[in-house]
Design a protein around this ligand. Structure first.
Ligand code: URA
Length: 242
């Protein structure tokens, strides 16, 4: 789609005013100022900004994959003024929510979307979405601890479902565990590890529903590709997005 048409359709300005904005150097595509109003943009792939704010087409849904940084809260607004993932991304549509939560101290994959049907399905326990974590824990879990984590540990809100757990390295003081769970209870991985006597020192989500971090760095994000959206919706038992 031509850039001036994209701006007009996204409600920024009329086509003529959009041409003026472009000529004035107020429009960036993928970080670069673009002076050619006829320049083509790939909807859903190219990042278009006007005056430093990202603009979107109103139709269709938004699907964003964020590498959540340490210390950021997964909430729209924090009463104490702490940084949130919504500040980090900026320009998200009002209806866009995080699909599940990560604790303030947890880093890694966080999906955000305004596709309510998909969010509902991905969070529903019957869909068994896979969440893969890397946990740095205190001490060295022995075979009994690992078996307990795999089979299910008793938490105050009930036993956990079977998990895949691998010891990836470490020493007597601290160890790296890879943990795959399908539930999404509050602070679940931290509580599971604490329950077997190895509290978490650092936690990172490596993937969610098959979506990994790729080349993203903490704080960076990208739009899902149309193929990723399709795969995600099929996985959740839905058809193509509107
Ligand atoms: N489990 C946790 O303990 N914390 C998270 O943020 C995610 C899973």
């Amino acid at each position: 789609m031509r850039l001036n048409r994209f701006l007009a359709r996204s409600g920024v300005a009329s086509r003529r005013k959009s041409d003026e904005l472009i000529a004035a150097g107020a429009v960036r595509v993928n970080g670069e100022i673009v002076a050619d109003a006829g320049r083509s943009v790939e909807v859903g792939l190219d990042r278009v900004e006007v005056g430093g704010k990202q603009v979107w087409l109103p139709r269709g849904h938004e699907y964003v994959l964020l590498y959540k940084a340490h210390g950021c809260l997964v909430t729209r607004q924090d009463t104490h003024g702490r940084p949130t993932v919504f500040d980090q991304i900026g320009g998200l549509r009002p209806g866009t929510v995080a699909v599940g939560r990560l604790d303030q101290d947890t880093t890694g994959v966080l999906l955000l979307t305004d596709d309510g049907e998909l969010t509902y399905r991905l969070l529903h326990p019957s869909h068994l979405v896979e969440k893969r974590y890397e946990a740095l824990v205190s001490g060295k879990p022995d075979a009994t601890d690992l078996l307990a984590l795999r089979q299910g540990v008793d938490l105050d809100d009930g036993p956990t479902s079977p998990a895949q757990v691998r010891l990836r390295g470490g020493n007597e003081h601290e160890s790296r565990l890879e943990i795959i769970i399908h539930e999404g209870r509050k602070r679940q991985v931290r509580r599971m590890c604490a329950a077997v006597g190895h509290p978490v020192k650092r936690l990172k989500r490596l993937s969610f529903a098959g979506l990994g971090l790729g080349h993203l760095k903490p704080g960076q994000w990208r739009q899902l590709t149309p193929g990723e959206v399709r795969a995600l919706r099929v996985r959740a038992g839905l058809g193509a997005a509107d």
